[in-house]
Design a protein around this ligand. Structure first.
Ligand code: ARG
Length: 457
């Protein structure tokens, strides 16, 4: 068999199973374009600093571009024997330009090379995540805008609490996804740093120019410490942690959608395009996608715990353990990008059953606070008002009626402060309209929130 790139000090070849166990090429092929980009910057720098001749640098750069073209054309076959993405790319470069290819790895190690690939990959991915999150936020704001006037029960303990605007409910999620957006934005700060030039761990004796590769790769700055550069995976952990919070938010929304489209609620109807059927029960239309996003939250949390555990107790600098940073990161990236797109589509196509939502606030006691507030406004201490209304709710429950069904004469027996205007106060629409405190559910407040969101989108 062929000699490994690192095969100089070895006499026997690698055990077959061991070779497979150690190889990362099967799961890191997507790093290929970033690996070539990093190599191109490195070789330009090697030429510019005179570490290799200008002619050699040009030949290598040219070869790298040819390999890049092969990659685009789908002509690259990744080989297990070449272990990882770096040696796979280098072997293609060698096939293109011969022995001069061997000069590319001057003043470089796979340790700073792989870190560079990961930074480049994640930086690009963060841009995709931000744009997917922006689409979801836009969808939520548009939906909220259409639903400002839709009244629904607001819940605490999953019990009807007070009537709210559906727009208010949706805008609460907008706020969560906006914080997610800001966290991913901040994630760029620690991802946008260039580890290239750290070499194996200690830097290099060659007169490299790290500022130059930093500029060529469009990083904001080089790592200040070579050992940190090759062992830092905080930027990935931040990503996995941000992804976990995002999935938690998506999963909460999924859970609500699942409740809302159940037969008991019927608040929303999901589009057929986001639902699936049953192989046995012909009537079924299942909200699988909401369940699946909720379910996939588990693997995203798992990826975070996985890498935290890998890094715990890891001595400086590079250790092969670090190779375990990849699958979880790719998996979380793929999962959140798909989950965001599916959620956005599901909300865009979801039908809101306004009447059912509103009706459900008329067959409950979610206006009890209105009556208590009414009495408090007329001077009755709130605690006393609370007790009066509580007793009345109990009586109503026994009679099978609601507060709006109580006759004025009966109200006046309770307190002569109650007048005819109480029936308007008790309407859910009025209850929503009057909650005009900053950030409250009044129609004006929800409209303000939407306008503010539109300004920041
Ligand atoms: N496949 C390795 C990784 O993902 C690349 C770096 C290998 N470096 C080494 N000294 N074995 O971490």
């Amino acid at each position: 068999t062929e000699k490994k790139l690192w095969g100089g000090r070895f006499e026997a070849s690698l055990d077959k199973q061991t070779e497979e166990f150690g190889a990362s090429i099967k799961f890191e092929q997507r790093l290929a374009p970033f690996d070539l980009q990093g190599s191109l910057a490195h070789v330009k720098m090697l030429g510019a600093t005179g570490i290799i001749s200008a002619d050699e640098a040009a030949k290598i750069a040219d070869g790298l571009k040819k390999v890049e073209q092969q990659l685009v054309n789908g002509d690259i076959e990744f080989k297990l024997e070449n272990e990882d993405i770096h040696m796979n790319m280098e072997s293609y470069l060698h096939a293109e330009i011969g022995t001069v290819a061997g000069k590319l790895h001057t003043a470089r190690s796979r340790n700073d090379q792989v870190a560079t690939d990961m930074h480049l990959y994640l930086k690009a991915t963060l841009t995709d995540v931000l744009s997917a999150l922006k689409s979801l936020r836009t969808t939520l704001v548009n939906l909220a805008d259409n639903q400002v006037d839709t009244i629904m029960p607001g819940y605490t303990h999953l019990q009807h609490a007070q009537p709210i605007s559906f727009g208010q409910h949706l805008m609460a999620y907008y706020q969560m996804f906006t914080r997610d957006y800001e966290r991913f934005e901040f994630n760029i700060k620690h991802t946008d740093i260039n580890p290239l030039g750290a070499a194996a761990l200690a830097g290099t004796t060659f007169p490299i120019d790290r500022e130059m590769t930093t500029e060529l790769l469009d990083f904001s700055k080089p790592y200040a410490n070579s050992m940190d550069a090759v062992s830092d995976r905080d930027f990935i952990l931040e990503f996995l942690s941000n992804a976990s919070l995002l999935m938690m938010h998506l999963s909460r929304l999924c859970e609500e959608i699942l409740l809302w489209c159940s037969n008991e609620f019927k608040f929303v109807t999901l589009s057929d395009s986001y639902s699936t059927g049953s192989s046995i029960m012909p009537q079924k239309k299942n909200p699988d996608m909401a369940e699946l996003i909720r379910g996939k939250t588990g693997r995203v949390y798992g990826n975070l715990m996985g890498l935290l555990t890998v890094l715990k107790g890891l001595p400086l600098a590079y250790n092969k353990d670090l190779q375990e940073d990849k699958e979880g990161m790719f998996d979380s990236a793929d999962t959140i990008l798909t989950a965001l797109a599916v959620m956005t589509g599901m909300l865009d196509t979801m039908k809101v059953n306004k009447d059912i939502m509103e009706t459900s606030t008329q067959k409950d006691f979610s206006n009890a606070t209105e009556l208590a507030d009414y009495l408090a406004t007329k001077g009755i201490p709130f605690r006393e008002a609370h007790a009066i209304v509580g007793k009345l709710v109990l009586d109503c429950t026994k009679q099978g009626i609601y507060l709006q069904d109580v006759k004025l004469a009966d109200y006046q027996k309770l307190s002569n402060l109650i007048e005819d205007d109480i029936y308007d106060v008790l309407q859910s629409k009025t209850a929503v309209a009057r909650r005009n405190s900053l950030g409250g559910t009044s129609f004006t407040s929800v409209k303000n929130q939407i306008a503010e969101a539109r300004r920041s989108l």
